[in-house]
Design a protein around this ligand. Structure first.
Ligand SMILES: *Cc1c(COP(=O)(O)O)cnc(C)c1O
Length: 391
């Protein structure tokens, strides 16, 4: 494919791939776990075994690498496999900084397994540069992890500003860009060293697989270790999932732009609504992250927002119980809209307010989504309505 085409064209055509032998324009699924060794004892194909090599990985990795502008991209079996590999490539005793508000399962893993294995993990407020500067320990801090916009309060961290601080301390900056997607944010161009996605979410977009990716800006010792973590632990994707991911990505731009536009309209509609205490969305002009988001996000503020329900925890759970179109389920970034009471999922110790509902906006009619949420809020807010059993 020509070098100067827009990213929309890159993904729509999966890099313009055509099978040289059959002239098929859709890639085949390669399911072989092993590859033929030549009679002279060499591997002229360059491929040995599926844990390291798979043509289905190559294609999906190449598309994501092009979108992120990276040196190299690796696919993993899930977002968690991708994210934990970044930390497993470090050494015991290394100091790492991560946000207080971040994807819950990763935060949980960092505070248990990673800590028990000797990583020195410190959780800080990443949205405040003076806090980041004070927490960095030059020589000891090896990696800083940020997520922006961050689950589930959608706080925004300044990637370029944080990268400057992190590099001054000689550490690496990794960005979980799952909710922003390469459509809306380019972390490597803003100075990050690594960008990670749960490809389960927007990249695939159809809620039918788990996958993760890490892209690096440069080859270095940490990246070489990370490659070995994947190959040796075997946190690799199946061939079919890699193929499905490539297929899902072809509509990435359409899906993300539609979800972003609808999320903004939903945020604006419910901002100031009498039954809603607060709408958390970086696209709202008075939200805390709006100024930075406007600088580092291009073409939208993403399809994720949260609302805090005026009636508190019981009312929030009742709203989710009364939605018809919005599906009560965890996860995000699919074509169907999802609603979730996050505190119920995260349990004790969560920093998430108990009145918060996380909304993942899909590609349905925004009028239908707004009307459904309106009727669910009205029913939950009506004292005559039994919160869960009347329907
Ligand atoms: C879902 C998610 C992850 C974990 O990805 P899995 O594919 O579920 O393992 C990490 N970070 C963010 C922001 C996520 O939304």
């Amino acid at each position: 494919m020509e070098d100067d085409v827009a990213p929309e064209s890159v993904v729509a055509q999966a890099l313009g791939w055509v099978d040289e032998r059959t002239r098929a324009i859709t890639p085949p699924i390669h399911i072989s776990s092993t590859y033929l060794r030549d009679a002279d004892n060499e591997y002229s194909s360059g491929r040995v075994y599926m844990r390291d090599h798979n043509p289905a990985f190559d294609q999906a990795e190449a598309v994501i690498n092009t979108l992120e502008g990276g040196h190299q991209t690796l696919l993993f079996a899930s977002g968690m496999a991708a994210a934990t590999s970044v930390f497993q490539a470090l050494h015991p005793g290394d100091h790492v900084l991560a946000p207080k508000v971040m994807y819950w399962s990763l935060r949980n893993w960092l505070m248990t397994f990673a800590t028990e294995w000797g990583l020195d993990v410190e959780l800080i407020d990443m949205t405040d540069p003076s806090v980041v500067r004070a927490a960095l320990r030059p020589g000891q801090t090896k990696l800083v992890w940020i997520e922006t916009p961050a689950n589930p309060l959608w706080t925004v961290t300044d990637i370029a500003g944080t990268a400057a601080l992190v590099h001054a301390a000689d550490a690496l900056l990794a960005v979980d860009s799952t909710s922003a997607t390469p459509v809306l944010t380019q972390p490597l161009a803003l100075g990050a060293d690594l960008v990670m996605h749960s490809a389960t979410k927007y990249l695939n977009g159809h809620s039918d697989l788990t996958a993760g990716t890490v892209t690096t800006r440069a080859d270095n010792e940490h990246w070489q270790r990370l490659r070995r973590v994947r190959a040796q632990i075997g946190g690799t994707l199946g061939s079919f999932e890699a193929w499905l991911l490539l297929r899902g990505m072809r509509t990435l731009y359409l899906r993300v732009r539609a979800a972003s536009a609808s999320a903004l309209r939903i945020a604006e509609h419910f901002d100031g609504h009498p039954l809603v205490a607060e709408v958390l969305y970086p696209g709202l002009p008075f939200s805390s992250g709006h100024e930075v988001a406007t600088r580092q996000m291009v073409g939208g503020f993403g399809g994720m927002l949260s609302i805090r329900v005026a009636g508190g925890e019981a009312a929030a759970i009742a709203v989710a119980a009364h939605t018809r179109l919005w599906k009560r389920a965890t996860s995000l970034g699919g074509v169907e809209s999802l609603i979730e009471h996050r505190a119920s999922v995260e349990g004790a110790g969560t920093p998430v307010p108990v009145d918060l509902l996380r909304l993942s906006v899909g590609i349905e009619s925004v009028g239908d989504l707004t009307a459904d949420l309106e009727q669910a809020l009205a029913r939950a807010g009506d004292p005559g309505t039994n919160s869960t059993s009347s329907r």
